[in-house]
Design a protein around this ligand. Structure first.
Ligand SMILES: Nc1ncnc2c1ncn2[C@@H]1O[C@H](COP(=O)(O)OP(=O)(O)O)[C@@H](O)[C@H]1O
Ligand SMILES: Nc1ccn([C@@H]2O[C@H](COP(=O)(O)O)[C@@H](O)[C@H]2O)c(=O)n1
Length: 224
């Protein structure tokens, strides 16, 4: 196994297509890829009632347990297994069980604020932002939240206007400037093929992060 692993961050607004991109890359490349959904690092809110949890702003950076994510991402990248928390959207809280995640050659961190935290950004080798128009994203989100997350239409609309949209503009969209690659629309075949090729090239005995030749093989400028 490569140590440190090759780390990719995939950020973008709700409904942009982040999960679709990371799942497709992981399925195409196979077992060498481990997905880390940022949602699993929402703070444990067991001390609040369901009604209080319903009212939380889940699009503000303070909703996430960044320290745990930094520690666990660092552990995985350096070859150690983690006990990853799980998230239950229906009850707005962390689930009781954790899942053991083994280190792997490629780690994909995926979530609205995957490029928000500077220390996390520094751990990533490739930073991706999935950019999809807001009207498309809200339509996708309504469908998903009602069908998969047990939400009602009115609640999804209120949440979107009260927190999701303003937080997207304030915290999510500005992280685009940290991206090495911007993917339009999510399930964009060409972009996914290029991303998959990049991952496969990293797996096929490319230079590691500590290799002085690595800079020479990097195929895009960073904005940091
Ligand atoms: N390019 C695309 N065209 C059409 N539907 C898409 C595309 N990308 C993603 N989707 C669909 O949009 C919905 C939201 O995508 P998802 O990957 O879950 O977004 P995110 O993880 O960014 O919230 C899913 O139902 C997915 O199948
Ligand atoms: N209890 C929760 C926790 C989060 N959300 C919303 O999930 C969105 C992030 O997930 P995506 O797959 O859409 O990127 C985020 O916009 C939160 O508003 C929620 O509704 N309830």
């Amino acid at each position: 196994m490569k140590i440190p692993s090759f780390a990719i961050g995939i950020a973008g607004g709700t409904g942009a297509g982040k999960t679709t991109v990371s799942r497709t890359v992981a399925e195409t490349v196979g077992e060498a890829v481990t997905r880390i959904p940022l949602d699993n690092y929402y703070e444990d809110l067991s001390h609040l009632t369901f009604e209080e949890r319903e009212a939380v702003n889940y699009d503000h950076p303070s909703a996430f347990e960044w320290e745990l994510l930094r520690d666990q991402l660092n552990a995985l990248l350096t070859g150690q297994p983690i006990e990853m928390p799980q998230y239950d959207f229906e009850v707005h809280n962390r689930a009781d069980e954790r899942v053991t995640v083994e280190p792997s050659d490629v780690i994909v961190l995926e979530g609205i604020l995957a490029l928000h935290d500077e220390a996390i950004r520094d751990m990533l080798d490739l930073r991706v932002y999935v950019m999809t128009d807001a009207d498309v994203r809200i339509l996708r989100r309504i469908e998903r939240d009602v069908i998969e997350r047990d939400r009602d239409l009115e609640g999804v609309m209120d949440q979107y206007l009260e927190t999701v949209k303003p937080m997207h503009e304030k915290f999510v969209a500005p992280t685009k400037k940290h991206a090495d690659v911007i993917i339009p629309e999510g399930a964009n075949r060409m972009a996914i093929d290029l991303l998959t090729e990049k991952v496969e090239a990293e797996l096929s005995d490319g230079p590691t992060r500590d290799d002085p030749d690595r800079e020479l093989t990097f195929d895009g400028p960073t904005t940091d």
